[in-house]
Design a protein around this ligand. Structure first.
Ligand code: FAD
Length: 294
């Protein structure tokens, strides 16, 4: 068992700004170089924790557990391992939980996974929704379990109130915290927080922010997040779309300003979707500097 790692629920209670970072492991049989390099860079930036995503393709479990274990063991950063239930049986989840326990990983982000038709042959019926997976994990041991939430509503939801009712089910199933899908308009997040609290969702919420590095990412993100972009974001995208370096620099500044506004409004827990770009994370941290400790 690895010493000195913390439960995310304890980290979130600290009275300071916690910046966490997301990484994705390589697909089966692909090299680990890019994720190793990125995690190593970001480990020196005083991160609150690293989250490691889970892909539905073969080798997914093994690679998520491997990267999560390495960052905890070699870099000394608390790891949050993602786990998607839709492609797993109860027995398989039980086996994964045993490996995680053996490797000292006690933090899990329990999600359903996307229902992409091309993955339909992988789907199983044991965990229809994230709340089923959360409940099962909590029954198996002393894990700290997080879940996903969507400030603009989940893409499958026709009714935002219904979506929030489902988030309450995650809390009732034992979720310790929620991390948001990326958003680009902080007002949408503040409004979402108000509606969550009004509906009785009381667990900590981590605000998910993504630095956009290339114009083509915008369309993909629209499908994931709902894609409401405020005027300053659209102005940057329009002005610099044919100038990749200027586009990336301007968007980095946009992300930093989003974070500053969140911190100024008392949001202490912020998660950065790094897309394995360690250098981008470093630039953000350099830019923010004292803002994070003021
Ligand atoms: P659920 O909570 O099951 O919700 C899915 C839909 O079902 C929603 O519309 C919800 O309103 C509805 N619903 C929920 N409960 C019920 C119920 N009891 N009855 C009826 N309807 C219900 N994907 C990956 O493949 N790998 C990852 O590592 C990964 N990490 C992510 C991390 C974060 C922070 C986020 C925000 C998303 C992540 N995703 C990941 C994407 C995620 O798998 C998709 O968004 C997926 O479509 C929904 O997952 P969920 O856990 O929110 O599902």
């Amino acid at each position: 068992m690895i010493e000195n790692t913390m439960k995310i629920s304890e980290i979130l209670q600290q009275d300071k700004v916690n910046l966490s970072f997301e990484f994705f492991p390589p697909k089966k049989d692909m090299p680990f170089d890019s994720v190793q390099e990125a995690t190593e860079i970001v480990s020196k930036l005083n991160p609150a924790f690293f989250s490691i995503t889970y892909g539905a393709a073969g080798g997914a479990t093994h690679n998520t557990v491997k990267v999560a274990t390495e960052v905890q063991r070699n870099l000394g950063v608390t790891a949050l391992a993602h786990l998607t239930g839709k492609t797993l049986s109860r027995e398989e989840v039980g086996d994964i939980l045993s490996s995680l326990t053996e490797d000292g990983i006690q933090n899990i982000l329990a999600i359903r996974g996307d229902l992409f038709p091309e993955r339909a042959h992988l789907f199983k019926e044991d965990f229809l929704h994230a709340s089923d997976l959360i409940r099962f994990i909590k029954e198996q041991g002393d894990f700290c379990v997080g879940a996903a939430c969507y400030p603009e509503g989940h893409v499958e939801s026709e009714d935002k109130r219904e979506d929030i009712r489902h988030l309450k089910l995650k809390q009732e199933a034992g979720a310790d915290f929620l991390t948001t899908q990326m958003f680009f308009d902080n007002n949408i997040f503040y409004n979402f927080m108000y509606r969550l609290r009004d509906a009785g969702v009381t667990i900590p919420i981590i605000a998910g922010i993504m630095p956009i590095s290339a114009y083509h990412q915008i369309k993909t993100i629209e499908k994931l997040s709902g894609g409401t972009y405020p005027a300053p974001f659209i102005a940057i995208a329009d002005k610099f779309k044919h100038h990749p370096v200027a586009f990336e620099t301007a968007m980095l500044h946009y992300t930093c300003h989003q974070i500053i506004d969140l911190v100024a409004n008392g949001v202490n827990n912020i998660h950065i979707y790094t897309m394995n770009k360690g250098d981008t994370a470093r630039k953000i941290m350099n830019y923010l500097g004292e803002i994070l400790t003021a």
